[in-house]
Design a protein around this ligand. Structure first.
Ligand SMILES: [Zn+2]
Ligand SMILES: [Zn+2]
Length: 396
């Protein structure tokens, strides 16, 4: 009897929650030139009849972005977060890195041959209709004839915690993370016949895929000229994580090429008599500057040297060769922002003190609205294997 009563109460409560579907259709009904919009994103909602928390917030932000609307104000309310949305324009010329305060090669000539160029991608929230464009999140060029993929890991349907199936027994629909087009980034070793690299992942970091709490990566290589009847939009995700967020809000790239040098972890392997070691031991000021402002750039970037937060951890391909660094994806673009700000474009620095309360500031520092706990994913590729395997490494 008591059990029945509880069930009935739950049902009543759940029926009172707004549905995600109704919020999204309200957004869809907005005219494309709506100048502003107010919305309470509730803490509790239902989606496809199941109760959900705030975890689908990124899906709502992404849908509003398709109308050109971004959050400009945010206030906590008893039942959720109240947002004011408006329109902002991005000035790409402000997304530029300051020159280094000193030339590291002048101080340590042995660094010269270790320099590499990286392409900072400077993602910024934007919705744009070009399906084949290079982008973070957003809609990928995907043939309608190819069903949108789900995770292939059968453990979604078998692993339980406290009697509950992790991910509710769903093999989640994959989430589009990054699409790279050869016309923008010819330096990527594309698979033969392909001009698009599409990286998707299963957005469930719970202990399904491995012992570690990571999403699972799926790389697709595609020839854009062969896609004649593309999907106009991806299906909505049917699972997102409650603690972290692996569903990106659509971002456009504003690439910039910057010179960088290996991070400290990669230098430890140099021979003991290398000049760099001597400088490290004797010139504390230079070494500190080197680590934080001269060596590797944090944030989302293509190629160059990985900005490891721990030791060097490049994976080895099944063919036995060390894989090549392809892409770095941070949730928050910048780390260690207290004393060292060279990698933060001047125009973004205002956001450092404002992001806790100002969603526009937060968007400058955390463009895709990812949340991995202030950490990074490092993607690697084997340019020697015909299949061009791609793998990621995660560091906290
Ligand atoms: Zn999965
Ligand atoms: Zn290989």
């Amino acid at each position: 009897m008591a059990k029945k009563k509880i069930q009935a109460e739950c049902k009543i409560d759940q029926d009172d929650y707004p549905t995600l579907e109704s919020i999204l259709s309200k957004i869809d009904a907005l005219s494309p030139d709506t100048p502003s919009f107010d919305l309470l994103i509730p803490d509790r909602m239902t989606f496809r009849g199941r109760p959900i928390w705030r975890e689908f917030q990124a899906v709502i932000l992404d849908r509003l972005l398709s109308k050109g609307l971004v959050p400009v104000e945010r206030k906590e309310r008893a039942k959720g977060k109240f947002f004011k949305f408006g329109r902002v324009t991005i000035d790409p010329s402000t997304l530029r890195t300051e020159p280094p305060p000193i030339d590291p090669v002048e101080r340590v000539p042995a660094l010269g041959p270790l320099a590499k160029n990286t392409t900072r991608l400077h993602p910024r929230r934007a919705f744009f209709p070009d399906l084949a464009a290079s982008k973070l999140g957003g809609t990928f060029l995907w043939p309608r004839s190819e069903p949108w993929p789900r995770c292939d890991d059968p453990r979604h349907q078998t692993i339980r915690r406290q009697r509950r199936l992790l991910t509710d027994g769903i093999c989640p629909l994959l989430v589009g993370v990054v699409q790279l087009n050869a016309r923008d980034f010819p330096e990527i070793p594309f698979r033969r016949g392909a001009d698009l690299l599409q990286l998707l992942w299963c957005p469930a970091p719970e202990a399904v895929h491995d012992d570690a709490y990571f999403p699972k990566l799926f790389a697709y290589w595609r020839n854009s000229k062969k896609v004649n009847d593309p999907l106009s939009a991806h299906p909505l995700p049917d699972y997102v994580d409650g603690m972290f967020n692996y569903f990106p809000v659509s971002c456009q790239f504003f690439p910039e090429t910057v010179k960088e040098f290996p991070g400290p972890a990669a230098l430890y392997e140099l021979p003991e008599d290398n000049e760099i070691h001597k400088v490290r031991e004797t010139d504390e000021d230079f070494w500190s500057l080197y680590q934080f402002e001269l060596s590797t750039c944090p944030g989302t970037k293509l190629g160059g040297h990985p900005c490891w937060s721990q030791g060097d951890d490049a994976p080895v391909c099944d063919c036995g060769r060390e894989m090549e660094f392809l892409l770095q994806l941070f949730d928050w673009e910048y780390t260690n922002t207290d004393d060292h700000q060279r990698w933060i474009p001047l125009a973004d620095r205002w956001a450092l003190k404002k992001w806790r309360k100002n969603p526009a500031a937060e968007a400058a520092l955390r463009p895709p609205y990812f949340e991995f706990g202030h950490t990074a994913y490092y993607f690697f590729i084997c340019p020697k294997c015909r299949e061009r395997p791609v793998r990621f490494v995660h560091q906290r």
